[in-house]
Design a protein around this ligand. Structure first.
Ligand code: GLU
Length: 481
């Protein structure tokens, strides 16, 4: 590639289902290689294999890229975030290149039907039609026989190229089948359209998963046949699950949509995915926004060793992003979820947000963390057996008996007032603060672990509900201990 060329990369998904983590990483790295070189990023939908298209998956691709901020730079109608190149809309553009190769004797018509080519013992097509006499070809075409167009692959020698990540890759040409360029339905094959588009769209860097490494020599032979310069190749390492096998459904959420459903933020997902196969060379820093990545990303930081996808690590990234949000933004983010828990009941969103922001891992944990505010969990005596503070159910009953009337008298139900009442009681009674709080918290929630301590819970529940729950807990303790 000459130095003066603008870097142009593309994400070329086939609309065959969800946006898997591996696909999203290909999109992200292609995007980042473009941005970090002041280049352009192109989106191309590879839908020539009409049978494999899954309805709705093109929309999933658009939505995912938009949610992650991976905006492409151009499209057939010059711009607009929802106007990528779509191969099926460009169908007529591929045939002329196949015809050029036919004219130059680098490709040939093949009239063999599927049964014949698939029933063969050896892998690949036996080249039966490779050297048919011209009269026969003309006659069979005139008779309207169905055909495909195949490329004449070299029969000897090697095809070698350097991948930026994996280094030198070489295959013996005799192992390469005479690949089909145009199918009997007139559609280009996936491989042919991919190469023609990469060249005609001026793609300088082909970025994709390493599963394409072995077919790349075939692509290069097409570039060569057409007299085109091959692009820079950047194949990305495998992504494995934590058990060392290829990441798949078994490992839990593996698509962007699933991760969002699990309650991860798209910025955290992108930050984590950036590290699945790349590192900035600065071992200490892990938090990078997309804008940061656009500055620092470089091909030399991509590793060829497989990357391991760890949910625990993604949890960590998500926590960092949640903690770093502005309190108001965090409250807005959780509101739809907390609204769902509280229904039409009033509640103190800012306070709830303050409790959750330092503790939350995934948004989907919210309901489970706060549903006790609406209906407390059932009580049990173990909640009141606390080794550290030496609390026992009997002590808890005494504490609640003493505290309920004191808390009823609080006139302004605010943090400092409630705390003052509790502290006065600690002084008066001689019980430790840990014991008193330890008696209140489970009485309000039915839990030993809650977001926020006893005072915060009482604030969210309000005075009437708090007293009601403390009284019920006291009855429970009196009846059961
Ligand atoms: N269409 C291919 C896919 O969805 C991508 C191939 C490429 O990037 O060259 O896996």
């Amino acid at each position: 590639m000459s130095k003066s060329k603008t870097v142009r990369t593309r994400f070329a998904p086939s609309p065959t289902g969800f946006m898997h983590i591996g696909n999203l990483r290909s999109a992200l790295y292609a995007y980042l290689i473009a941005r970090s070189n002041s280049g352009q990023f192109i989106l191309r939908i590879e839908d020539t294999d009409q049978e494999r298209i899954v309805e709705g998956s093109v929309e999933v691709i658009y939505q995912t890229l938009a949610a992650c901020g991976l905006n492409h730079d151009e499209g057939p109608d010059l711009g607009g975030p929802y106007a990528p190149y779509v191969q099926s809309e460009r169908k007529s553009g591929y045939l002329p290149y196949a015809e050029q190769l036919l004219r130059e004797g680098k490709a040939y018509y093949c009239f063999c039907d599927k049964e014949r080519t698939s029933g063969q013992e050896f892998a690949g097509y036996d080249r039966k039609c490779r050297d048919l006499p011209q009269e026969i070809i003309t006659a069979r075409l005139a008779a309207g026989e169905p055909y495909v167009i195949r490329q004449k692959m070299p029969l000897t020698g090697f095809t070698t190229f350097i991948d930026e990540v994996f280094g030198e890759i070489s295959v013996a040409n005799e192992e390469l089948e005479d690949q089909i360029l145009i199918k009997s339905d007139g559609f280009p094959t996936y491989n042919f359209a991919n190469v023609i588009d990469d060249y005609t769209m001026g793609i300088t860097h082909v970025v994709r998963g390493s599963e394409y490494l072995s077919s790349t020599p075939k692509y290069n032979l097409l570039y060569e046949a057409l007299g085109w310069e091959i692009p820079v190749y950047v194949h990305l390492p495998l992504i494995l699950g934590e058990d060392g096998s290829k990441l798949s459904k078994r490992h839990g959420a593996t698509s962007f949509a699933e991760l969002i459903d699990y309650g991860y933020l798209s910025a955290a997902i992108i930050n984590y995915i950036a590290f699945l196969g790349w590192s900035p060379g600065d071992d200490t820093r892990e938090i990078y926004s997309l804008q940061d990545l656009e500055q620092v990303f470089s091909i030399s930081g991509i590793s060829k060793s497989p990357a391991v996808f760890s949910m625990a690590k993604l949890d960590w990234f998500n926590e960092q992003y949640l903690r770093a949000m502005q309190p108001q933004d965090f409250a807005n983010l959780i509101k739809p979820l907390t609204d769902q828990v509280f229904g039409n009941q009033d509640y103190n969103l800012p306070l709830l947000a303050e409790l959750l922001q330092p503790r939350l891992t995934r948004l989907s944990d919210i309901s489970e963390q706060i549903d006790f505010f609406v209906v407390a969990d059932p009580l049990n005596l173990d909640l009141y057996r606390q080794k550290r503070s030496k609390l026992q159910p009997e002590t808890a009953a005494i504490i609640l008996t003493d505290l309920i009337p004191r808390l009823s008298q609080v006139t302004t139900w605010e943090h400092d007032e409630i705390l003052a009442v509790i502290q006065t009681y600690v002084t008066d009674s001689g019980y430790k603060l840990g014991q008193v709080m330890g008696a209140i918290r489970p009485s309000l929630s039915g839990r030993s672990v809650t977001p926020g301590g006893a005072v915060e819970l009482m604030l969210i529940l309000d005075q009437a509900e708090s007293l009601q729950r403390l009284k019920q807990a006291l009855v429970f303790l009196q009846q059961n201990s």
